[in-house]
Write a protein that binds this ligand. Structure first.
Ligand SMILES: *Cc1c(COP(=O)(O)O)cnc(C)c1O
Length: 361
């Protein structure tokens, strides 16, 4: 791969971050970009000013949705170091998503290098308060101007950065979730295990219907029978039974979340009985009625741990921990954020320091 070109903008004043960062509303000055053309491969890697992308109206992505993305975070630790949480795993997932969408894979080591270079350049944009982070959004889309249906012969990969606020500015708040069987998000052997825009497009209507009824999000059931719980669409889901913490197994229609994987590892470290298996919604309801469901929580890069206070299925509302965060939710949240901000030793090798460029992928 060629060397990265640096077309940097001159910053005439220091970066001042607003008090309220929110999520995905503010972007840093620069992006990383590279192009792919059939016969040449990935080329033209450059870190340059963030600006509008000129696009041919026939760009294949606009018509047939051939694209993938990912989302990860960089943090400023207590001692002022810049770290990224499990970037190799996220980069590997880009390639896994790409395979199913016929998008050419990227060199994982090179992409990690590019990502670290971009973050190094934009380090002044990393907020430092607890809960705040620099959200990293890499994405790839088919850019060939052509209206026929086939995989594009040209692609663009962009990494953009967005400083984000604490997900729970008013404290850790449980969400209200609707289990729907009116719509499905993904099916086995389809795209459910890829981070691709199509899954989000498929989830919008169900999500809007749920919001109108006062729910925050939807818990999706399997696409074939609408019997087994799958995920929340931006989060994986865990059910804490009395003697078991269960999460749906990765059978092809569920996104393999990095937070999900981290939580499973931490629960194992704590000698808790964590399982990956089929969980039917009927089982959850029955066990709830017997008083055997201690709590439910979601996992994802944005919120890290999202306690579920209420789960409604066919008009039956289940309440967990009286609508308060469960003990385990708080413990997991604190554990993971302590690793992020360097308050706790990183025993699993999940943290990558931005200064350190000799990282194996
Ligand atoms: C990103 C995402 C998640 C969470 O994955 P993390 O790697 O933990 O951020 C869960 N479900 C879907 C559909 C997603 O796109």
């Amino acid at each position: 791969m060629e060397k990265i070109k640096y077309n940097l903008v001159k910053r005439d004043k220091p970066v001042v971050l607003p008090e309220e960062l929110g999520f995905g509303k503010i972007f840093t000055d620069h992006v990383f970009e590279m192009d792919y053309s059939a016969g040449i491969g990935w080329h033209n890697p450059v870190i340059k000013k963030l600006e509008d992308i000129p696009m041919h109206p026939a760009s294949m992505y606009l018509h047939y949705g051939q694209g993938v993305f990912d989302g990860l975070k960089a943090f400023k630790t207590e001692s002022g170091e810049v770290v990224i949480f499990r970037p190799q795993r996220h980069i590997q997932r880009i390639n896994n998503s790409s395979k199913k969408l016929c998008i050419p894979e990227v060199d994982t080591e090179f992409l990690l290098h590019a990502l670290m270079e971009l973050i190094r350049i934009e380090k002044d944009w990393i907020p430092a308060k607890t809960g705040e982070a620099l959200y990293i959004r890499p994405f790839i889309y088919g850019s060939e101007p052509f209206l026929g249906v086939k995989p594009s012969s040209e692609y663009k990969l962009i990494i953009m950065l967005s400083p984000v606020g604490a997900y729970y500015p008013e404290g850790f708040k449980p969400v209200k979730i609707l289990v729907t069987d009116d719509y499905v998000r993904a099916v086995r052997k389809g795209l459910g295990d890829c981070k691709t825009p199509a899954n989000y497009a498929a989830s919008l209507l169900g999500g809007e219907v749920a919001k109108k009824q006062g729910f925050t999000q939807v818990l999706w059931l399997d696409g074939v029978e609408q019997k087994y719980i799958e995920e929340v669409g931006t989060m994986n889901i865990f059910i804490q039974f009395k003697n078991e913490i269960a999460t749906p197994k990765l059978d092809g229609s569920i996104l393999p979340g990095v937070t999900r994987d981290s939580v499973i590892q931490i629960l194992k470290d704590w000698n808790m009985n964590v399982t990956e298996r089929l969980i039917s919604i009927d089982e959850v309801v029955e066990e709830y009625k017997k008083g055997n469901v201690v709590g439910v929580f979601g996992t994802g890069t944005a919120a890290i741990i999202s306690p579920v206070g209420w789960l409604t299925y066919k008009g039956f509302e289940m309440t967990f921990n009286n609508g308060q965060p469960g003990e385990l939710d708080v413990k997991l949240f604190n554990e993971i954020t302590s690793i992020h901000y360097g308050k706790k030793e990183d025993t699993h090798g999940w943290i990558v320091h931005v200064e350190n460029k000799e990282v194996e992928v």
